[in-house]
Ligand binder design. Sequence first.
Ligand code: LMR
Length: 332
Amino acid sequence: MRIANLVLSTLFAALLLAVPAARAADPIVIKYSHVVADNTPKGQAALKFKELAEARLPGKVKVEVFPNSQLFDDDKVLEAMLLGDVHLAAPALSKFEKYTPQLQLFDLPFLFADMDAVDRFQQSAAGQKLLKSMEKKGLTGLGYIHNGMKQISAHNPLRVPADASGKKFRVMQSDVLLAQFAALDATAVKKPFSEVFTLLQTKAIDGQENTYSNMYSQKFFEVQPYITESNHGLLDYMVVASTEFWTGLPADVRTTLEAALNEANAYGNKIAAELNEGDKQKIIASGRSQVLTLTPEERAQWVEVMKPVWKKFENEIGKDLIEAAAASNTRS
Ligand code: LMR
């Protein structure tokens, strides 16, 4: 009996020792959730991160990428992140207004002349500081990913702002974007990305604003006969993690992941313009949607009507920040 007891307790002790050993060998699972297709700048950056992270930390890290809102929509993902249900996400900069007013900066219409200016600003001290603007809320910004400039699609041709009057548009979760359409005497509704196709198809809304890459990969062009090439606003992303998760990673793992993320984001940024141009050409070739290019006079009308939105948000965003961003349009 005593021998049996001894054997049992030895076995039990061995089991107790074995469990932590097995746990220590389990890879750290990183769930990366986003809402777009794989063949988009963000989709490609997320897959590149998986490739680099798993190659550099073999057996230590497993990255699971969930595209197309499979895991969470952008209106839910940040709450889920704070609860620890997802570890990385890259929502559009327009989707952080509950967490910081400052990122609304990026939604101001006609703020950036082109993507080089966006890049200059994001890499500047002011742009890098914004990555830390949500730390008090438990979110750490880890970098930016470009998509590109937004265009406006609609059921009817929009050449001048008056053509949008009385129409209904879908926007991301941003008060600046609501104000931008209000300036056109139109209405706008905040809706998750995953609902846009159906809203357009059923004509519950008249139009939406997005990049060519999103309009192509989500098939918006099949249900929107006109796309106005307005380049009026930016669609870019911030890669975020919960501060608790990120700072809780072993230091060597975190450093390797940060380097992998920087490289992956740079890769996404490098192919973004090419992907958008390619998708624009595919939309044109489909014959389903007509791309309307504006004359300088027509474009000037959009600028004149939309730009006063800046003033409305100047206090919330900060005048200095707006000036710093606008200054990035001139090369120093
Ligand atoms: C949108 O909701 O239109 C975009 O944020 C989708 C995306 O992530 O590009």
